[in-house]
Design a binder for this molecule. Structure first.
Ligand code: NDP
Ligand code: 2IT
Length: 457
C-alpha cells in the first residue's frame, strides 16, 4: 500500500485537534482520555498518510460507544440492609463481531474506567484474529469481605437487568478484576433462568457447563508467551531470568505459573496493600499456597510471609524497585509511574509484558520506548484471555470441547500471530519494534476496514 508522507507539524496539529474534540465531550474521563490519546498518537499519522480513510471520521466514530447502559443494582446484604450499586455495560464497537469483554467489580469503577477498558478491548479483540467486537462492563460493587450469599444476590440482581441487553450473538461478557469463576456461575445461572436458554452468553464458565480448558490460565500464560516471542527477536529466552510480577489474582497467578515452568524465577507478587519479595523464587508449591489463599480463602498476599518466613512483605509499595530482567504488571491501570519505570531500567529490566490493562502511565510508556527495550502494551500481550474466550465461544457454537493441548496450542499460535502483526506495523527503520505503534495500527486497520465496508452506521 502506498503511504503518503505527511509533515510532523501537521500530524501534531491533527492529534491536538482530535484530542480537543474528545476532551470537549468527556473532559473529566481521565483514564478514557489517556487510552484514546495513546492510540491517537500512532493511529492519526497512519490515517493521514492513508488516502482510504480520508474524511471518513473513523477514529471519531470509534471513540463514541455504540451504546452505554447504566442501571440500578439493588440487593440485600446478610444483615437485611438494602444496598444500591451502579451497573454498567459499554457496547463500544461491533464492526467485526458481537461485543466482547469482561465485567469488573471494584469500588473505583465508573464510566471513565469502563470506557477506557472498552476502547482498548476493541483493538485487542481485533488483534486476536477472531471475530469479536469490543465491550466492557461492571459495577462499583466491592466484593471484598462479602459472603458467598451476598455475592450471589448481587450477581443475580446485576444480571436481572443486564440479561435484557446481552446474548450469544449480541454481547458476551466475561471476568475481569473482582469477577472470576464464582461470579460467572451466579451470573450465568440467572441469565439461564430469565431467558430459558443455555447458550454461550458468558465466557469463563465452569468446565461441566460450557467452559473451555485453559481459559482460567489464558491471560497469564499468553502474557508470558508474548514475552517469549519478544525475547526470540533477540535470540534470547526466559530460562534463568528474574521476573517481578504485580497482582496476585487470576492473571498474576498464571503468569507466575507459566514463567516458572519455562525456567524463570518469579520473585514478587502483590495486592493493593503491598508486595511480597521471595528471593528464592515462587515455585510451584508456593504458588499452590497462593492460589488456595487468594481463590479459596480470599486472603491477603501478606499472609505469604507467615508461611514462608524467608520472604519479606513490603507494605504500601509496588514491586518495581526489585532488581529484575523482566517485569509483568498484572494488577491494574497506572501501576507503573515514570519514576518506577526509570528504576526498572536502572536495575537492568529490559522486557515489559503487560498482563493488566494500561498498567504503565504515559510517562512510563515514553521512558520504555525511548530506551528501546522490549515493551508490549496490554492490548497485545494480555489478549490471550479474550482470545481463549473466543475459543470458548467457538466450542459452545460447535457443541464440543477441545483438549487442553488443542486450546493451548491455539493460544500459542494466536500470541505469535499478534506478535507478527505488531512487527508488520511497528518495525522501525533502525530495526526497533515499537509494539505500541504496531498493536494500535494493526488493531485499527481491521476494525476501520470493516467500518468502511459497512458505511456510516
Ligand atoms: P483479579 O481480581 O483476579 O486480581 C486483581 C489483582 O490486582 C489483585 O491482586 C488486586 O489486589 C490487584 N489490584 C486490583 N486493583 C488494584 C489497585 N487499585 N491497586 C493495587 N492492586 C490492585 O483480576 P485479574 O487478575 O483478572 O485482572 C488483573 C488485570 O488484568 C486487570 O488490569 C484486568 O483488566 C487485566 N486483564 C484481565 C483478564 C482476565 O482474563 N481476567 C484479561 C486481560 C486483562 P486486591 O485484592 O488488594 O484488590
Ligand atoms: O481485559 C480483558 O481482555 C478481559 N478482561 C477478558 C475479556 C474476555 O471477554 O474474556
Amino acid at each position: 500500500m502506498e503511504l503518503k508522507v505527511v509533515k510532523p507539524e501537521i500530524v501534531r496539529l491533527q492529534i491536538k485537534e482530535f484530542m480537543n474534540l474528545v476532551k470537549e465531550r468527556d473532559n473529566h474521563q481521565l483514564e478514557f482520555l489517556q487510552a484514546v490519546e495513546e492510540v491517537a498518537e500512532t493511529v492519526v499519522p497512519y490515517i493521514l498518510s492513508n488516502e482510504i480513510y480520508k474524511g471518513k471520521q473513523i477514529l471519531t466514530r470509534m471513540v463514541e460507544p455504540e451504546r452505554v447502559l447504566m442501571f440500578r443494582v439493588p440487593w440485600v446484604n446478610d444483615e437485611g440492609k438494602i444496598i444500591v450499586n451502579r451497573g454498567f455495560r459499554i457496547q463500544m464497537n461491533s464492526a467485526i463481531g458481537p461485543y466482547k469483554g469482561g465485567l469488573r467489580f471494584h469500588p473505583t469503577v465508573n464510566l471513565s474506567i469502563l470506557k477506557f477498558l472498552a476502547f482498548e478491548q476493541v483493538f485487542k479483540n481485533a488483534l486476536t484474529t477472531l471475530p469479536m467486537g469490543g465491550g466492557k462492563g461492571g459495577s462499583d460493587f466491592d466484593p471484598k469481605g462479602k459472603t458467598d450469599d451476598e455475592i450471589m444476590r448481587f450477581c443475580h440482581s446485576f444480571m436481572s437487568e443486564l440479561s435484557r441487553h446481552i446474548g450469544a450473538n449480541t454481547d458476551v461478557p466475561a471476568g475481569d478484576i473482582g469477577v472470576g469463576a464464582r461470579e460467572i456461575g451466579f451470573l450465568f445461572g440467572m441469565y439461564k433462568r430469565l431467558r430459558n436458554e443455555f447458550t454461550g452468553v458468558l465466557t469463563g464458565k465452569g468446565m461441566s457447563w460450557g467452559g473451555s480448558l485453559i481459559r482460567p490460565e489464558a491471560t497469564g500464560y499468553g502474557t508470558v508467551y508474548f514475552a517469549q516471542n519478544m525475547l526470540k527477536t533477540k535470540g534470547d529466552g526466559l530460562d534463568g531470568k528474574i521476573i517481578t510480577v504485580s497482582g496476585s489474582g487470576n492473571v498474576a497467578q498464571y503468569a507466575c505459573e507459566k514463567a516458572t515452568q519455562l525456567g524463570a524465577k518469579v520473585v514478587t507478587l502483590s495486592d493493593s496493600l503491598g508486595f511480597i519479595y521471595d528471593k528464592e523464587g515462587i515455585d510451584a508449591s508456593k504458588l499452590a499456597f497462593v492460589m488456595d489463599l487468594k481463590n479459596n480463602k480470599r486472603g491477603r498476599i501478606k499472609e505469604y510471609v507467615k508461611k514462608y518466613p524467608n520472604a519479606k512483605f513490603i507494605a504500601g509499595e509496588r514491586p518495581w524497585g526489585i532488581r529484575c530482567e523482566i517485569a509483568l504488571p498484572c494488577a491494574t491501570q497506572n501501576e507503573i509511574s515514570g519514576e518506577e519505570a526509570k528504576t526498572l531500567l536502572e536495575n537492568g529490566c529490559y522486557v515489559i509484558s503487560e498482563g493488566a490493562n494500561m498498567p504503565s502511565t504515559p510517562e512510563a510508556v515514553r521512558i520504555f520506548l525511548n530506551a528501546k527495550i522490549l515493551y508490549a502494551p496490554g492490548k497485545a500481550s494480555n489478549a490471550g484471555g479474550v482470545a481463549t474466550s473466543g475459543l470458548e465461544m467457538s466450542q459452545n457454537s460447535l457443541r464440543t470441547n477441545w483438549t487442553r493441548e488443542e486450546v493451548d496450542s491455539k493460544l500459542k499460535k494466536i500470541m505469535s500471530d499478534i506478535h507478527d502483526s505488531c512487527l508488520e506495523f511497528g518495525k522501525q527503520e533502525d530495526g526497533y519494534i515499537d509494539y505500541v505503534k504496531g498493536a494500535n495500527i494493526a488493531g485499527f486497520v481491521k476494525v476501520a476496514d470493516a467500518m468502511l465496508a459497512q458505511g456510516v452506521v
